[in-house]
Design a protein around this ligand. Sequence first.
Ligand code: SAH
Ligand code: SF4
Length: 343
Amino acid sequence: MTDIKSMNLSELTAYLTDSGFEKFRAKQVLDWLKNGVSSFEEMTNLPKKLTVFLEDNAYIASASVERKQISRIDGTVKYLFKLYDGEYVESVLMNYHHGYSICISTQVGCKMGCTFCATGKSGFSRSLTASEMIAQIEAAQKDNNIRISNVVLMGMGEPFDNYENVIRFLRLVSSEDSLNIGMRHITISTCGIVPRIYDFADLKLQCGLSISLHSPYNEKRSETMPINRRYPIADLIKACRYYLDKTNRRISFEYALIAGVNDSDKDAEALSSLLKGMLCHINLIPVNNVTGAGYTKSTFKRQQSFMNILSSRGLNATVRRTLGADIDASCGQLKRNYQKGDV
Ligand code: SAH
Ligand code: SF4
């Protein structure tokens, strides 16, 4: 079956004209898709022959709300979406002062196996299509009757392990034929798949890039993030510098502060040396405790001290405000609890 929602206008036009339909039908179909219809039957201006053709040959990807948790603290909504094949993914909807942001998933599970991550612990099933990434945004918009202005690819999965579909998603979602969310309002987060960082830099998109770093030392980083054995820190930073050269866009580094693991003054000093002179921002995130991982977040005092060392060396660093702390709003946690029967 053809995944109609992953197609752009010219692909859809080719698809329909190749099957003997008029060119202008593609725009009509796209307009319906843009309006969020979930079946071909609802596309009432299409001739019967085309509706039947589409029903027989294509499908409209969707994400249906299976579970939803709303934070009593800040209104953050965490969704567990069910996909057409019964797989589940999570998204988190946040309301900042400047509008709604959504954190979406790019894969069902993840192959990367980071030890602090709930998704990493739950294994890997499959990658998402571009249409399934769009469907998460649409479903959250519909459920709340809102328009989402910012998207981060920081939910379940490693975006650069699903590179083609993610790039397709970026191009689609930012086009007028789809949700029209500008690339500047989208951020991709990667654990550091170096060759894809080069590919991404060469595309020179306006989209933001965030790198999950979590330690300035190879030995320690390899312990928590197995990908580091394949692409060690020096290679990663080299790729980041290439990205900066190509795009002139500031990079974000994510750094989860784990008590006694990566939060010492020495870690902060080594991190400062590593990123010295780089156009970047460091997001310090007190680690979310994932059941079974045995990690606890750094004390408030440690967080501040770590941040102060970075700032005093000229680096731009902030401790990220935790949203949805009462609803496990960190990727992979809801699905994990749901499958254990806890929620
Ligand atoms: N796979 C991508 C994007 C999804 S993970 C990546 O790793 O970057 C999104 C972010 O959440 C990453 O920065 C990741 O390191 C972080 N993260 C995962 N588990 C976490 C936890 N328990 N506490 C804090 N941050 C976590
Ligand atoms: Fe995958 Fe990112 Fe989790 Fe690592 S942190 S296991 S790359 S989702």
